[in-house]
Write a protein that binds this ligand. Structure first.
Ligand code: SF4
Length: 333
């Protein structure tokens, strides 16, 4: 269970964020077309907060996480980090200011240098990126390896490490920089279920107190257990933001993601007009006036007026009373 204090100070603010990719065109019979990988995302992360970004492959969650750190350029919209407009900075300006904003890649092995030991990886990060004197880097690097249970593996090369140890080395490099924001792209992907929790414990338990964290994950139990808030994406849009410790998911797609027994699994067919989830939606027939076919639902607050903590993009949803908060029951049915 997440146990980190949050403040109201935003670390990340995304406003109307869009990213389009041009695909196809390689062959005469495959015309070029525009894909909206991210389509109008508004999101805020505050100090201390850990937010899960979930959704199926192609939902846009990885693209959002890369946009936040400037690894992709947005097509339109705004990215603010610590009150500073980030998307309009030049590449050189971003590079000069990116130290507090760190990325944990999904492919740990690919991110490590086959010739460097665990300690050398951390020391190199501290000296090259963190400006640490070489004499101090060894002591700081060892302190971080110790915190992550890797002290005895200081001289191990990546090929000599287990998958969990490789992940821990990538975490050690990022955490040694005392980041302000960590974006972790499926950091437990490919690990045994019993190892995943300990990797997340190492990541979240060692974040600086006011650091924010975006956890991109396919694993709904990780989102529920390790995050303050869950942001569900579908077809490049946010379709629900919910604190699972206080409420159940309400969007029909999010309900099935978190509780596969609650209805038929989506076939993944998306409508090109109206609500994209309509072909798979069990609730669409109950919405009057054909709105689901005609109108794209926007994200609106659910629960007591003005609470804003739970937002859903669905025509079947409207303002209503707050659900009774029973953390023990969340996701249990
Ligand atoms: S807007 Fe309509 S189709 Fe979309 S999720 Fe809600 S009820 Fe289903």
């Amino acid at each position: 269970m997440i146990n980190r204090a949050r403040t109201d100070t935003p670390v990340v603010s995304l406003r109307g964020l869009r990213k389009q990719f041009l695909v196809g065109g390689a062959l005469p019979w495959s015309p070029k077309r525009v894909v909206n990988a991210v389509d109008g995302v508004d999101l805020e992360l505050r100090e201390g907060e850990v937010v899960a970004l979930v959704g199926q492959s192609g939902s846009g969650k990885t693209t959002v996480s890369r946009l936040i750190l400037g690894l992709e350029r947005p097509s339109s919209g705004e990215i603010w980090l610590d009150g500073q407009r980030w998307d309009s900075l030049s590449e050189a300006e971003r590079r000069a200011r990116r130290l507090p904003y760190q990325y944990v890649p999904q492919d740990a092995m690919g991110a490590l240098d086959p010739q460097q030991t665990a300690l050398e990886h951390v020391m190199e990060t501290l000296t090259v990126l963190g400006g640490c004197a070489p004499a101090d880097a060894e002591a700081k690097g060892m302190a971080m390896l110790r915190r992550l249970g890797l002290a005895e593996r200081r001289d191990a090369l990546p090929r000599e490490m287990s998958g969990g140890e490789q992940r821990r080395v990538t975490l050690a490099r990022v955490l040694a920089l005392e980041p302000r924001l960590v974006v972790a792209d499926e950091p437990t992907s490919g690990l045994d279920p019993d190892r995943r929790g300990s990797v997340l414990e190492d990541l979240i338990g060692n974040l600086p107190p006011k650091a924010a964290c975006v956890l991109v994950t396919h694993d709904m139990s990780e989102a529920r257990d390790w995050c303050h808030r869950v942001v569900v994406m579908l077809a490049g849009r946010v379709i629900e933001e919910v604190d699972l410790h206080a409420a159940r998911p309400a969007h029909p797609y999010a309900r099935v993601l978190f509780d596969p027994w609650s209805g038929p699994l989506p076939r993944g067919e998306l409508a090109s007009t109206g609500c994209p989830f309509r072909p798979d939606c069990p609730d669409a027939a109950g919405v009057a006036g054909g709105r689901c076919a005609a109108e794209l639902p926007t994200l609106r607050p659910r629960g007591p007026e003005g609470s804003g903590a739970h937002r859903v993009a669905c025509h079947a949803e409207g303002p209503r009373q707050a659900p009774s908060a029973d953390p023990a029951q969340v996701g249990a049915s």
